[in-house]
Design a protein around this ligand. Structure first.
Ligand code: ARG
Length: 459
């Protein structure tokens, strides 16, 4: 069927496959609450400016609120013939309030309407995601506080590099989430701008008050150019960019958890509450949660790419291509929200660090080699010379199946007369970490300061 909302310029019926292809009602019903809210504000503005009477305005608002009740009660199921959520609402409104319902669309187009709905939707979700980021940060911070003096090997190239405070490692993710939170705050500023009143593309002949409807809707500003207002999707692309970075961060942490949980690392064990099994291998316990997070990251990147490509060739102003923004946005929002929730739970109760295994790991490698070079450099040996000498020591130790701590003082002194008894303290893993007390470093005192700063950051 043809949506009745179109004019009588059409004859006959729309091809059913075309109707289905064209319709967005299958996914844009997600916007209904925002569509109703936007329409109420528009109706109020029409009454306020005298474009319709105040009685008419009240009838429209009451009818729209009735649709909201019907929807919330599970009693609103528009079919494909409604085409989209906007037509579905207008049609139902006219059924409820009669002919006055036909006045709602005065001085408005679906083009400024859908832009308004999408911004109202996204601004809500941005706030939800920001609060989820805060929960995630809190969980990381709480875990970090219990692990300031727990050591974990630090890696570059996935090769043992220098040992770290586990708290320092966790706080790195806290800071990534902090930037994500800030970035979304910035996206919010450019999302919370009203296109309502831009009309189809050129504004309207009616004496509307755009500032009034914007104020009713809690927008901070209004678009100053009607063409731009109806065709701008920068805010959605910015959001997808910010969402992609959130996913990058979650995915990197997910990857670490997967590695840590492997038999080769055994740095964490997965709790039964958050891990999953195999259908054939009875011994298996799988990190499905972080794997899914890592896997879902790709689809958010895909939506960003899809939206960029969708926009890049569009002439002004509205083009139906823009209808494609919604599924991308909704899926990205839902994916980010689900992944943030799952990762927060995973960090809170899905993994347990294994202190004994971590201690064993940091005690059995050459991750303290830099500290031997630093030791000599402190005693006046030029760093590069010290570095070369320690390289030789490591080579010798490897050939003799020894660690640095296994060398006798005589052996150390044969290597260089500057070595004294205190070399053993200098290469002890705990001391190695404690000594990296430069600002931003992993030294315990610095990490404790970082925890205090982190508390302030999340308020
Ligand atoms: N369903 C449409 C969308 O999602 C609403 C706007 C339609 N506007 C138009 N001129 N056909 O973009």
């Amino acid at each position: 069927d043809r949506p009745q909302t179109w004019s009588d310029r059409f004859e006959g019926t729309l091809h059913p496959a075309i109707a289905k292809f064209n319709a967005s009602i299958g996914f844009d019903l997600e916007l209904i609450e925002y569509d109703l809210t936007g329409s109420c504000a528009h109706a109020r503005m029409l009454a306020q400016t005298g474009i319709i009477s105040s009685t008419e305005g009240e009838k429209l608002v009451a009818g729209l609120e009735q649709i909201r009740d019907e929807y919330r009660a599970g009693n609103f199921h528009p079919g494909i013939d409604a085409e989209d959520v906007h037509f579905a609402v207008e049609r139902r409104l006219t059924e409820i309030v009669g002919d006055v319902g036909k006045k709602l669309h005065t001085a408005r187009s679906r083009n400024d309407q859908v832009g308004t709905d999408t911004r109202l939707y996204l601004r809500d979700r941005i706030q939800q995601i920001r609060s989820q980021l805060r929960d995630f940060q809190q969980v990381l911070l709480t875990l970090a506080q219990t692990h300031v003096e727990t050591l974990i090997p630090g890696y570059t190239h996935l090769q043992r590099a220098q040992p770290l405070s586990l708290a320092h490692h966790l706080l790195a993710y806290f800071q990534m989430a902090q930037r994500d939170w800030e970035r979304l705050g910035d996206v919010y500023k450019r999302t919370n701008i009203s296109p309502l009143g831009c009309g189809a593309l050129a504004g309207t002949t009616f004496p509307i008050d755009r500032a009034y409807s914007a104020q009713l809707l809690g927008f901070d500003d209004i678009y100053s150019n009607s063409l731009d207002g109806v065709s701008d999707r920068d805010f959605a692309i910015e959001f997808l960019g910010a969402a992609s970075l959130i996913m990058v961060h979650l995915s990197r942490l997910a990857e670490e958890v997967i590695i840590w949980a492997s038999e080769e690392f055994r740095f964490v064990s997965l709790t039964d509450r958050c891990a999953t099994g195999s259908s054939i291998m009875p011994q298996k316990k799988n990190p499905d949660v972080p794997e899914l997070v890592r896997g879902k990251t790709g689809r958010v990147f895909g939506h960003l790419q899809a939206m960029l490509v969708m926009m890049k060739g569009l002439p002004l102003a509205y083009n139906k291509d823009l209808q494609e923004d919604k599924e991308a946005l909704f899926d990205a929002v839902n994916t980010v929200q689900a992944c943030l929730e799952a990762m927060t739970i995973l960090i809170q109760e899905g993994i347990e660090f294994r202190p004994a295994r971590l201690a064993e790991a940091v005690a059995s490698d050459f991750a303290n080699a830099t500290d031997v070079a630093d030791y000599l450099a402190t005693k006046g040996v030029p760093f590069r010379e010290a570095y070369n000498l320690v390289g030789k020591v490591v080579k010798t130790c490897l050939s003799q199946n020894k660690l640095l701590k296994d060398l006798s003082l005589v052996e150390w002194q044969q290597l260089h007369p500057a070595f004294a008894e205190d070399i053993y303290a200098a290469i002890d893993p705990k001391q190695v970490v404690a000594a990296r007390n430069s600002y931003g470093g992993t030294g315990f005192d610095r990490v404790r300061q970082a925890i205090e700063r982190a508390k302030v950051q999340i308020g």
